[in-house]
Ligand binder design. Structure first.
Ligand code: PMP
Length: 422
């Protein structure tokens, strides 16, 4: 019989460092939104690699591109050498993403994870402005490296640093204190008032839809006002689109509906499209002050990721069909979640999100989402929780999910909510 034991993980890995605790199964294969465990059981994936698997597992078009590239001994590691794979990606990114949206950015590839991109963005903003303070928001998540962690609004994660983190002012995200508190007015006042003691920041960094913070979408109006304020004060606006970008909220960039143009955009996770790490910083040309070797890193720009990223752009972003497809599925997801919430008035559940990034929020009973997630896993559906208290059940299925699978997963959730509240 196959060895499907998890004892090795218990022995050599700390429990808290892995997902094994929440999802105690040995996974082996993944195709689209189907995960197959070593024991042959199939699971439906609504977790989507926390935004890293927007096109599902082993998307056939990308797999073929990768196999062809490896078959012809395409360069795998190149550091800063120009390669055909890198050129192919940059051309496709410009053609399918930047040009149609009227965006002009320089591209800085960074170390392979999202935190590396955030780190680069913060560092550049500080160098350009000569200031050190950064404004970030409650509920934000930007990474676990020293700089990105400083901008992350989670007390427990910050404590893990074990040393004072860099100069960051945390302000309430839109809605954090209800409708009556206006963060942007507050920021304006802090900047104007000499007695506030507030250091004009180098940058404001935010997610247009907070992911780990519990699926909190900022309004178009809020984003526009923040853009206006930061422009007026010469503050760099950094939009962290690592989780909400690459189509997750229905458009390639999460900020598109607002029409704002951030000074810096960070991308990672699904950019590579295949689960292979790659991160990128988009920089407005006038902020591109770095000299050669000012920002380096051995694994900047992964050639295998360039190949799959380019395949993704060509397959899904050459016209608006994919956005229409996401909109259709978003409608199904939002409607079904609203109906589940309505069926359980007593629980006071609410629904928020955009595109295929949704949260079912349980403000009264913060442990409900974890119980639903556990029950769902028993029925072979994988999904995570989010939010300060774990009060949000997080829906991040692949954007390419079949409608039938989306409905099937939601019907499992409907049953699970009923089961756990009984
Ligand atoms: N920014 C956002 C918005 C994220 O969601 C994440 C990861 N969850 C990061 C940055 C950090 O990315 P990574 O884990 O790849 O370092």
């Amino acid at each position: 019989a196959k060895d499907v034991s998890l004892a090795l993980f218990d022995r050599l890995e700390s429990e808290v460092r892995s997902y094994v605790r929440s999802f105690p199964v040995l996974f082996d294969r993944g195709v689209g939104t189907t995960l197959t465990a070593a024991d042959g059981q199939e699971y439906l994936d609504f977790f989507g690699g926390a935004g890293a698997l927007n096109y599902g597992h082993n998307n056939p078009a990308f797999k073929q591109a990768l196999l062809d590239y490896i078959e012809r001994d395409g360069i795998v590691h190149s550091l800063d050498l120009a390669t055909t794979a890198k050129k192919g990606f940059i051309e496709a990114f410009e053609r399918y993403i930047l040009k149609p949206r009227g965006l002009t950015y320089k591209l800085q590839f960074t170390g392979p994870t999202g935190a590396n991109a955030v780190e680069a963005a913060l560092k550049l903003a500080r160098q350009v402005t000569g200031r050190s303070n950064i404004v970030s928001f409650t509920g934000s998540y930007h990474g676990v490296s020293a700089g990105s962690l400083a901008a992350t609004g989670n007390k427990d994660m910050r404590a893990a640093a074990g040393f004072p983190l860099a100069h960051v002012t945390s302000l309430p995200y839109e809605g954090y204190l209800g409708e009556s508190f206006d963060t942007i007015d507050y920021l304006e006042k802090l900047l104007a008032d000499p007695s506030s003691g507030f250091d004009t920041p180098a940058a404001v960094i935010l997610e247009a839809v907070q992911g780990e913070g519990g699926i909190n979408p900022a309004s178009v109006e809020w984003l526009r006002r923040l853009r206006e304020l930061t422009s007026r004060h010469g503050i760099v606006l950094i939009l962290d689109d690592i989780q909400a970008g690459v189509g997750r909220t229905g458009k390639f960039f999460s900020f598109e509906p607002s029409g704002i143009v951030p000074d810096i955009v960070t991308l990672s996770k699904s950019l590579s499209a295949y689960g292979t790490p790659m991160a990128l910083v988009l920089i407005k040309p006038d902020l591109d002050v770095w000299k050669p070797a000012a920002h380096t890193g051995t694994f900047r720009g992964n050639n295998l990721a360039f190949v799959t990223a380019r395949a993704a752009l060509e397959t899904y972003w050459s016209d608006s069909k994919f956005e229409d497809e996401i909109a259709r599925k978003s409608e199904i997801l939002a409607t079904e979640l609203a109906s589940i919430a309505a069926d359980h008035q007593g629980l006071g559940l609410s629904v928020r999100g955009r595109g295929l990034m949704y949260g079912l929020v349980s403000p009264k009973d913060h442990s409900l989402p974890a119980r639903v997630s556990k029950e769902a896993f028993a029925r072979r559906l994988v999904l995570e929780t989010a939010g300060s208290y774990g009060e949000v059940l997080k829906f991040m299925p692949a954007l390419t999910i079949a409608e039938a699978d989306l409905r099937r997963g939601l019907s499992i959730i409907r049953d699970c909510v009923r089961t756990v509240q009984d």
